[in-house]
Structure formats: structure tokens, C-alpha cells
Design a protein around this ligand. Structure first.
Ligand code: GDP
Length: 370
């Protein structure tokens, strides 16, 4: 499943956020099946209101949400790319992630030491981003050296060594200019050349602005640090989400009713963590389809553009080969017509073949040769 790494300077609230994300979501999804929890690693369900609606229509109580994996990568500090503070190990952990949640401190609190003496999101984010960029530069330089040394023998299929070096040098220059690879409008050849390098600044990134409780009701509009971070996010093609790690942590041991009371007391509906997971999920360019019946209602994650057999393979690898057809109804139609039977009567039910590209919100029954 998909892996998201939490990074940020020390003392910005990473661990607080990580623990709250993992524990709160566990409490809210009681029969969540994949609950592996280790100190720095956990699985978080993507809560989706559509599941409850589908389950009600199908008459099942068994809801299985889709999930993302979260890793708390605590050791990424200034100098990490030079191997300080086990830096290389942490950078390697980030390399394995599909997306990055970058926590930035937007709360003032004299009791919590700030590693650089003051709260300044732009500077703080830049410190982490420059470690990521330095690591990318060194990866690219290593690759250039290797291709050059091999006198053209080592290079990617379909590219000459010269083209590869030219493409890599060009990206290197832009990184040196302070750009992140995510911001570059790369063409297909360029994307192909860097694919294997797994560059850190090419990954989808979501800034989590850790706000003081008082700025949650305005979603950060009342917080100058948040404003600065918002500009940074827009300029660097990154996502942004307002959260309060502290509020999330305080909700940890409460019942659903107590939670709702607590949140309404401070004038909000959420501590922002649910939204954070949603934003992360969206940045990954994925989509959700559903299966639903008396036994269970379940959400499945696929990449945009997957055909019906590819989507079926997510349920069981054998389903791809054995694929015959897919009965599909869009979620909205399913709901308004009260299920498969009603959808068939209304003519909003489709029988699709192996070339069908699955759409966001499809409710599907696969017919397979098992
Ligand atoms: P990490 O080093 O980034 O993992 O930060 P921690 O999650 O360990 O938090 C560092 C300290 O900041 C702890 O004492 C937390 O209780 C505190 N902290 C975390 N989030 C908030 C917040 O939103 N507001 C305030 N005032 N303190 C926070």
C-alpha cells in the first residue's frame, strides 16, 4: 500500500501528529483490518463517508476503508545530506515513500524550544527542503559520473548516454537554482531518465501547518505563519493542510461523543488530521472504487487510468487474468437508485469489458473466471 513519510525540523510536532493520526483513526475504524503499529510506522484508514451510505444500502455493517501507511522520519535535520545524525539512513527512508508530509511549526510556545530560536515557516521549510535537494543533487551527480565513466555503455534504454547526461545536468542546474524537481515541467524523456533515481523533491509533498488551537476555527487565516507557508506551498506545487497536533493528541483517549463536545467547544469540526490524509491521498493521483454487498462494503485504491482488469487485480492478482466483465454503477447513481437492481431498471447500470477505464466512485461487481 501507499507510504507517506512525515518529515520536519525537531520539535515541530511530528511525533505528536503521527501518534494522533494512528491512534485516533484506529479508534474510529473499529474493525480496521491492517493495524500494524510500530513506534515509527502505522497504517491509517482513509475515512470516506460514501462507505457508510453504501453499507446502509447493502445492509451490511462490515466496512473496510482503504489505507495509507505513515512513517515518522524523525532524524532529518540540518546537515543530513552530509551524513550527519544518521542523515543518509533517514534520506533513504524518505526515498521509499510515495509522498511526503512536511510538518511546519506555526505555533508560538516559549516552553517548547525552537531549534532555530524563533518560529519562521519559510526558513524552517527551506532547511528541510535544501537537505532533500542536496540529496537529489548528489544522486544525479553520481549517475552522471557513472554514465560518463562507462563511456556510453551504461545508459537507459532508448536514450544515448549524451542525452541522458544532458537531461540530468539540466535538472541539476535547476536544483542548484533552488527549484524542486516537482516544480519542473518535465517531458516524457526527462521523467523516464529520472524515474529510477526516486528523487526526493520530485515526490508529492503536503505541508502540514501545525497551528495553535486558537487558529483552527479560521483554518489558519488568522495566523501569519500559515499565510507564509501557504504562499510557499502554492509556489512549489505542494499541498497544504491546517492541523493542530496538540488538539489531535488531546482527542486520543476520548469517546466519539466527548470528541464532538471538545471540538465544538473550540469551534471546529475537525483537528485537521482527517483532511490531511485526504489531501495526501489526492496528491498521489489515485482514485477509489467500491465493492459492496451483504458481506461487506469496501473501498479500493487504484492509480488513475487503470483498466477494469488492473483494478480487479487489486482485489486478487488472479482476477486480472480471469477477468470477464465488470458491472459498474457510479456511486451517485447507485445511491439515487437504491442499489444494483434499481440502477439496472433505471438504465444507469453498465456492463464493461477489459478496456474500460475505471472512474472515481465506480461501484463494481467483477465477473471473473476463478
Ligand atoms: P517532533 O520533534 O517534531 O516529533 O515534535 P513532538 O511531537 O515531539 O513535539 C515537541 C513538543 O512540542 C512536545 O512537547 C509537544 O507536546 C509540543 N507540541 C506539539 N504540537 C504542539 C502544538 O500544536 N502546540 C503546542 N503548544 N505544543 C505542541
Amino acid at each position: 500500500s501507499l507510504k507517506t513519510g512525515i518529515v520536519g525540523l525537531p520539535n515541530v510536532g511530528k511525533s505528536t501528529l503521527f501518534n494522533a493520526l494512528v491512534e485516533n483513526s484506529r479508534a474510529q475504524a473499529a474493525n480496521f483490518p491492517f493495524c500494524t503499529i510500530e513506534p515509527n510506522f502505522g497504517t491509517v484508514p482513509v475515512l470516506d463517508g460514501r462507505l457508510d451510505v453504501l453499507a446502509r444500502i447493502s445492509g451490511t455493517k462490515n466496512i473496510v476503508p482503504t489505507a495509507v501507511e505513515i512513517v515518522d522520519i524523525a532524524g532529518l535535520v540540518e546537515g543530513a545530506s552530509e551524513g550527519q545524525g544518521l542523515g543518509n539512513k533517514f534520506l533513504a527512508n524518505i526515498r521509499e515513500c510515495d509522498a511526503i508530509i512536511h510538518v511546519v511549526r506555526c505555533f508560538d510556545d516559549d516552553n517548547i524550544v525552537h531549534v532555530n530560536g524563533s518560529v519562521d515557516p519559510k526558513r524552517d521549510a527551506a532547511i528541510i527542503n535544501s537537505e532533500l535537494a542536496l540529496s537529489d543533487m548528489s544522486q544525479i551527480q553520481k549517475r552522471i559520473d557513472k554514465v560518463r565513466k562507462s563511456k556510453g555503455k551504461v545508459h537507459i534504454d532508448g536514450q544515448t548516454a549524451e542525452t541522458e547526461i544532458e537531461i540530468l545536468s539540466n535538472i541539476l542546474t535547476q536544483l542548484e537554482d533552488g527549484k524542486q524537481v516537482r516544480q519542473l515541467k518535465l517531458n516524457e524523456d526527462e521523467l523516464f531518465v529520472i524515474k529510477e533515481l526516486n528523487l526526493l523533491t520530485a515526490k508529492p509533498c503536503i505541508y502540514a501547518a501545525n497551528l495553535p488551537e486558537g487558529d483552527l476555527p479560521t483554518n489558519g487565516a488568522t495566523n501569519v505563519h500559515f499565510q507564509a507557508l501557504s504562499k510557499l506551498a502554492t509556489d512549489s506545487e505542494a499541498g497544504l493542510c491546517a492541523v493542530s497536533a496538540q488538539v489531535a493528541a488531546e482527542l486520543k483517549d476520548l469517546t466519539q461523543e466527548e470528541r464532538d463536545d471538545f471540538l465544538s467547544c473550540i469551534g471546529v469540526e475537525s483537528d485537521g488530521t482527517k483532511e490531511l490524509i485526504e489531501v495526501a491521498y489526492r496528491q498521489l493521483n489515485l482514485l477509489t472504487y467500491f465493492t459492496t454487498g451483504e458481506k461487506e462494503t469496501r473501498a479500493w485504491t487504484i492509480k488513475r487510468g487503470f483498466t477494469a482488469p488492473q483494478a480487479a487485480a487489486v482485489i486478487h492478482t488472479d482476477f486480472e487474468k480471469g477477468f470477464i466483465k465488470a458491472e459498474t454503477v457510479h456511486y451517485d447513481d447507485f445511491v439515487t437508485s437504491g442499489g444494483f437492481a434499481g440502477a439496472k431498471e433505471k438504465g444507469v447500470w453498465q456492463l464493461e469489458g477489459k478496456d474500460y477505464v475505471v472512474q472515481e466512485g465506480d461501484v463494481i461487481v467483477f465477473k471473473v473466471n476463478a
